[in-house]
Design a protein around this ligand. Structure first.
Ligand code: DOR
Ligand code: ZN
Length: 345
């Protein structure tokens, strides 16, 4: 008999769905699995105003297949010009969080923040309201090695931020290192972290050994095996309630990944919960998957748990070579390969 696992419908606390035809192509994948998703605001131009976020929410809702209860949770993109008034207006409009992209850190981050510590009044307004700050935690200093950028961010930005803005709720997004896992596990309850499937399943060899693998290139970049093991230990360990599911599923057209300067981003929404099931099962911790996928994030954000359930079956699922992506093609994680679990429809 194949193993089966029924769990509360999960939430994806870090998701990119883009816009236009791309949005139409990818939203159904998340809507099939997830109850809710925290939607990243790094469109071109970025979603910096409440009205833009509400309009974006409508476009996402229009792409949700009939019968799905999928709910997008909207965020705003923090800039050097975000005011405390914008924070208050965002809260009143049901915006769930602000996203910090250090300027130049990743895809569509050119309008990001150049000096976070010039935004203290805005950050204090967020702390007062209980509005979380979602952090892309990498420094952009050209002198810092790409594999060290997360660890250096902890020292230069995150620890000073937590010290200077008491009570600010922070999600350290898509953590990739033992240092980040340690900080979050040891931190107080206002600090949590999202973890992607790729950082639980792969290390930097998967980007570079046997040839450059553009479809395994994301930011923060995959790290050494010891860091992958530290992340697995964190999401299944004593402080595991501080870590939750956030795929960072980040679709790019095939041609934008397979070129001389390929974009960062891994598309995983087609098999997200199954990929996490593989990762948790690899350390004998499938019983910890439900809390990670469906409880810890909701609790951090102060949301009710989803009332529906989903069921996973341990059955080989073949992943197609590509999906349609408007007029383009989208190469999913495990393209042409398989995943060991399948979510029942
Ligand atoms: O790999 C990534 N892709 N990391 C990010 O931070 C952004 C994302 C995207 O938007 O493509
Ligand atoms: Zn992201």
């Amino acid at each position: 008999m194949s193993r089966r696992l029924t769990l509360t419908r999960p939430d994806d606390m870090h998701l990119h769905v883009r816009d236009g035809a791309a949005l139409q192509a990818v939203v159904p994948f998340s809507a099939r699995q997830m109850g809710r998703a925290v939607i990243m605001p790094n469109l071109k131009p970025p979603v910096t105003e409440v009205q833009a976020a509400l309009a974006y929410r409508e476009r996402i809702m229009a792409a949700v297949p009939a019968g799905s209860l999928f709910t997008p949770l909207m965020t705003l993109y923090l800039t050097d010009n975000t005011t405390p008034q914008t924070v208050q207006a965002a809260s009143a409009a049901g915006i769930i969080a602000f996203k910090l992209y250090p300027a130049g850190a990743t895809t569509n981050s050119d309008d990001g923040v150049t000096d976070l510590f010039k935004l203290l009044p805005t950050l204090q307004a967020m702390a007062e309201i209980g509005m979380p700050l979602l952090v892309h935690g990498e420094v952009t200093d050209a002198a810092v090695d790409i594999f060290d950028r997360e660890a250096v961010f902890i020292e230069r930005v995150l620890q000073p931020l937590l010290a200077q803005v008491a009570d600010l709720k922070v999600v350290f997004e898509h953590i990739t290192t033992a240092e980040a896992a340690r900080l979050v596990a040891a931190g107080d309850e206002r600090l949590a972290a999202s973890v992607t499937p790729q950082h639980l399943l792969m290390n930097r060899n998967h980007v570079l050994v046997g040839g450059v693998r553009p479809h395994h290139y994301c930011l923060p970049i995959l790290k050494r095996e010891e860091h992958r093991l530290a992340l697995l230990a964190a999401v299944t360990g004593d402080a595991s309630h501080k870590f939750f599911l956030g795929t960072d599923s980040a679709p790019h057209a095939q041609h934008a990944k397979e070129c001389a300067c390929g974009c960062a981003g891994i598309f995983s929404a087609h098999a997200a919960i199954e990929l996490y099931a593989e990762a948790f099962d690899s350390v004998g911790a499938l019983h910890k998957l439900e809390a990670f996928a469906a409880h810890n994030g909701a609790r951090f954000y102060g949301l009710p748990l989803n009332s529906e359930t989903i069921t996973l079956v341990e059955e080989t699922q073949h992943i197609p070579q590509a999906y349609a992506f408007g007029e383009q093609r989208l190469i999913p994680l495990r393209a042409g390969e398989s995943v060991a679990w399948r979510m029942e429809s």
